[in-house]
Design a protein around this ligand. Structure first.
Ligand code: ADP
Ligand code: MG
Length: 334
C-alpha cells in the first residue's frame, strides 16, 4: 500500500452534501463554504530525519515549514490569512528558537499571514540500539488558512482535453541540492551548488501567481513531490492524459550544467521545487503570460492535456518518448 492508497482507503470519506466542506481530502487544500468566499485550509508536517537533516539552519526551517503550506494555498489560488503552528521540540534552545522565528515570521509578514494559535510539546527521548537515550525527531506541523472568491475555485480536477500545461519558475534545482549532498553528482561548481542549496532551503511559494491565475487556470497543483508525480494527481482527478515536451521544461543554468540524465531526473521527478503546475485553455495564453508578468514569476508552457487513454508521455526534441518513471514521492514506497 503506497501513501496515496493509504489515504484513499482509510481517510477519504463521503463529504455530506450541503455541508460546509465543499472540497475534502484529495486536493492541495480543503475548501470550506463560507457564503461569498471559500476558506482554503491545508496542513503540512516536517519531520527531522525525513524532511530535513538535524544540522539545518533553523531560520530556513522556519521559512520552509510555512512556505510549503503557502504553496498549497497558492495552488488553490487562495490568499493566505492565518496559520497555526504545532511544535514538538527536544529542548527549549533560545538561540535556535530565535532563528526559527526569524525565518518563519519574515515569510508570514511578507504574506500578511498571522499566527493564530498552535501547540507546543517536548519530544520524548528514545532508547534503543545506541548507548544512551537520544532525542526523538523534531517535528513541525503547520495548518494554514486562506480565502478566495467562491467563483474562483481551482482544484486538481478541472483540466480539460486541449488545455495547455504550464509551470512557473524553474524545476529540478532542489533535487539537485540533494544530489550534491548525497554525492550522486560530482564536479559541480560551487556557485551552482549554492544556487541548488538556496532553492532547497528557501523555497518561494508562488502566492501572487496563484491569485493572479484565478479564473484563468482550469486546474492547479504545487510541485512538491516532482513534476510527473504531481501532474499524475491532476490527470487522475481530471480524468485526462498529458504530453510534456522535455525541451520546454524550464531549467536553471546551474541545472543545465549537469549531465542530461541528472537534469531529467531532477526536473521530472525531483521534489521540493514548490513551483505551480497548472492548466489553462489555449485561448488564455496572453492572460497566463500577463499573470506571470504581474507576479514577476516566469511561466512556461511545457505541454498539453490529451485524452485519458494516451496516459502521460514525455517527448524529446525528435518527438521520441523518454522512458521515465513517473511516480510521485511516496513515503511508504519500498
Ligand atoms: P500536498 O502534497 O499538496 O500537501 P498530500 O499529497 O500530502 O498533499 O496529500 C494528498 C491529500 O490527502 C490532501 O488532500 C491531504 O489533505 C489528504 N491527506 C493526507 N493525509 C491525510 C490524513 N491523515 N487524513 C486526511 N486527509 C489526509
Ligand atoms: Mg500540494
Amino acid at each position: 500500500m503506497n501513501e496515496f492508497e493509504l489515504i484513499d482507503r482509510f481517510f477519504t470519506r463521503m463529504v455530506p452534501a450541503g455541508g460546509i466542506v465543499r472540497q475534502g481530502v484529495g486536493d492541495d487544500c480543503a475548501l470550506l463554504d463560507c457564503g461569498e468566499r471559500l476558506l482554503a485550509m491545508t496542513t503540512d508536517m516536517l519531520l527531522e530525519g525525513r524532511h530535513f537533516l538535524p544540522d539545518i539552519d533553523p531560520a530556513s526551517l522556519g521559512h520552509k515549514a510555512l512556505a510549503v503550506n503557502l504553496s498549497d494555498l497558492a495552488a488553490a489560488g487562495a490568499t493566505p490569512r492565518a496559520f497555526q503552528l504545532a511544535l514538538a521540540l527536544p529542548r527549549a534552545d533560545e538561540a535556535w528558537l530565535e532563528a526559527f522565528c526569524r525565518g518563519l515570521f519574515a515569510l508570514a509578514d511578507e504574506h500578511g499571514c498571522v499566527l493564530a494559535g498552535g501547540d507546543t510539546t517536548r519530544v520524548p527521548q528514545l532508547t534503543g540500539a545506541q548507548p544512551g537515550p537520544v532525542d526523538g525527531p523534531l517535528t513541525i506541523c503547520i495548518t494554514a488558512l486562506g480565502d478566495l472568491p467562491r467563483l474562483a475555485v481551482r482544484t486538481r480536477g478541472g483540466a480539460r482535453i486541449g488545455d495547455d500545461l504550464w509551470v512557473s519558475g524553474m524545476l529540478g534545482d532542489a533535487r539537485a541540492a540533494l544530489a550534491c549532498r548525497r554525492g550522486e553528482v560530482s564536479g559541480v561548481a560551487a556557485e551552482h551548488s549554492a544556487i541548488f542549496a538556496k532553492r532547497m532551503d528557501w523555497p518561494q511559494p508562488r502566492v501572487a501567481l496563484g491569485v493572479a491565475l484565478r479564473g484563468i487556470a482550469t486546474a492547479g497543483i504545487d510541485v512538491s513531490d516532482g513534476l510527473l508525480g504531481d501532474l499524475g494527481h491532476i490527470l487522475k482527478r481530471s480524468r485526462v492524459g498529458a504530453v510534456i515536451e522535455w525541451e520546454q521544461v524550464p531549467r536553471s543554468a546551474a541545472l543545465r550544467s549537469l549531465p542530461i540524465e541528472q537534469q531529467q531526473r531532477c526536473a521530472l521527478t525531483g521534489g521540493d521545487d514548490y513551483e505551480l503546475l497548472f492548466t489553462a485553455a489555449s485561448d488564455q495564453r496572453a492572460a497566463v503570460e500577463a499573470a506571470g508578468a504581474a507576479s514577476a514569476v516566469p511561466v512556461t508552457r511545457i505541454g498539453r492535456i490529451v485524452g485519458v487513454g494516451d496516459g502521460l508521455r514525455v517527448l524529446d526534441a525528435n518527438a521520441a518518448e523518454l522512458p521515465t518513471p513517473w511516480h510521485a514521492f511516496d513515503h511508504f514506497a519500498g
